[in-house]
Design a protein around this ligand. Structure first.
Ligand code: ATP
Length: 471
């Protein structure tokens, strides 16, 4: 891979209907690399691709092609071609004519067109199919025609938007290998969009993990898998145990009350962290030899390994092992220090902090009302005079998704849902801020939900005008 950026995105911002879709995207795409934009539905992958292709102009930020700024350059003037999921072949033309279409538009001599199409059909393994009607081709063959048609015009960069999405699993897997081979053979830059992490890891030189309009991490598949930048990436790529922990000191982390050695330092003693442990990195030992012990609650044979669920201190861990333990047995668990990955929490504090003044006080009812983003929210069993500024520490359990659809705060956007072995840790975004909550339910990311508050376990303190806590 050459280390020259062929396409660079600098500070790209896009809003649709006032909603942030791309948030300060910075991305260098290297010449001749296979890079994949990976992320959940709606995270902005296609929008990023459209900006590179010239189908959409960013609200702000610059697009460079080979070092030159190309904002405003129309798609047909960019040396870039796109393959879409719906390949949109011309049904009335045969394979040869479909592939030759762009070259005919360019008015190339007939002999040259024939030569180029022949070469391209041989690259995509469709030699001998020239005269076949495209309607008589399988899905995989049609997709190869679409790729040949896009490549025959010799673009430097090929943009592929979920091109295998319509194929069944077996064909999809075969095509993944073929696509990678085509990219190597043609020495083109491929920018590939998918929400399938396995596909991304299989084909790419580098993977760019996106979430909520932002880039979470860019790296080789091995880097992304072994050294995820945060719990979101760890959760999205492969299977992982993602646990709450806190640093006891450098190189020592407390997980569920047990002390594990790790290779991380500099987080600060007592700092709450996310700990990621891959299921294959947990060694099953005798109970005496384990750092933690647990009860095996489930075993499933997965072809190459056994997948075991082990309950330890209220938390369920996933373990991959070539040896199965019996359901109901006690096992020990050991994790080597370099297999424990420590990362900063996605949400900076353990609580939701709300600072708001009392807009209504009811001494008789013993309740106050505050305003949260313009909504009146009553706090029962609390009394302070009207005008008092309150600082509230609301634990994650104090937030609930309103079952009846009517919340105290509506339209909170679910940014991430991460299973922490006991519950889902959910980060939400409302108009003005982010929230952390827990749920036993599996909530859907990138959806909007109504939330309501339960202040029964909140710490509520009045603050004076300087912001100091009153004694
Ligand atoms: P998917 O995997 O589902 O295709 P994606 O990551 O490619 O998702 P985008 O297609 O880039 O996501 O869309 C990002 C967000 O922008 C989505 O919420 C989508 O609804 C919104 N969006 C995309 N195009 C438009 C548009 N023209 N007008 C308004 N909103 C749009």
């Amino acid at each position: 891979m050459e280390q020259k950026a062929i396409v660079s995105l600098k500070n790209i911002n896009v809003k649709f209907d006032g909603e942030v879709i791309l948030n300060n995207i910075d991305l260098d795409i290297m010449d001749k690399e296979f890079i994949t934009l990976l992320g959940p539905s709606g995270c902005g992958k296609t929008t990023t691709l459209r900006i590179i292709g010239g189908f959409l102009e960013p609200d702000s930020g610059d697009v460079f092609y080979d070092g030159k700024r190309i904002n405003g350059t129309p798609p047909n003037k960019r040396n870039v071609n796109t393959v879409f999921q719906k390949y949109a072949l011309f049904p009335h033309l045969n394979v040869f004519e479909n592939v030759a279409f762009g070259l005919k538009l360019k008015k190339l001599p007939k002999a040259e067109i024939k030569e180029k199409v022949k070469k391209m059909l041989s690259i995509v393994d469709l030699k001998g199919y020239e005269k076949r009607a495209v309607s008589k081709l399988s899905g995989g063959q049609q997709q190869r025609v679409a790729i040949a048609r896009a490549l025959v015009c010799d673009p430097d960069v090929l943009l592929l938007d979920e091109p295998l999405g319509a194929l069944d699993l077996k064909l999809r897997k075969d095509m993944q290998i073929e696509l990678k081979a085509i990219q190597k053979m043609t020495k083109k830059t491929f920018v590939y969009v998918t929400h399938d992490q396995e596909e991304a890891l299989t084909m790419s030189d580098r993977v760019c993990v996106m979430n909520n309009g932002k880039i979470e991490q860019i790296g080789t598949p091995i880097d992304i898998y072994n050294e995820p930048a945060n719990a979101f990436v760890a959760d999205f790529i492969g299977e992982a145990n993602i646990l709450n922990g806190f640093m006891l000191q450098d190189f020592k982390v407390n997980i569920l009350g047990a002390e594990f050695k790790c290779v991380d330092k500099g987080f600060g003693d007592g700092q709450a962290v996310d700990v990621v442990i891959r299921p294959e990195d947990i060694e099953v030992t005798t109970p005496e030899k384990g750092i933690l012990t647990g009860e095996v609650t489930g075993v499933v044979f997965k072809g190459v390994h056994y997948e075991m669920e082990v309950k330890t201190r209220g938390c369920v861990w996933l373990i991959h092992s070539t040896v199965a333990s019996e359901v109901g047995s006690q096992i020990g668990m050991y994790v080597a220090p370099d297999n424990i990955h420590i990362m900063n929490k996605l949400f900076p504090t353990a609580y939701n902090e709300i600072t708001a003044s009392v807009i209504h006080a009811d001494e008789e009812e013993n309740s106050v009302t505050i305003s949260v983003e313009g909504n009146d929210v009553e706090i029962p069993n609390t009394y302070y005079e009207k005008g008092t500024v309150l600082k509230i520490k609301l634990p994650p359990e104090g937030l609930k998704i309103a079952g009846n659809g009517i919340g105290q705060l509506n339209d909170a956007y679910i940014e991430s849902v991460i299973w922490k072995g006991e519950y889902n840790e959910i980060i939400l975004e409302s108009d003005e801020r982010k929230w952390i909550m827990r749920s036993a339910q599996d909530e859907q990311v990138a959806t909007y939900v109504p939330i309501c508050f339960d202040f029964s376990n909140a710490v509520i303190l009045p603050v004076d005008r300087e912001g100091e806590d009153e004694v």
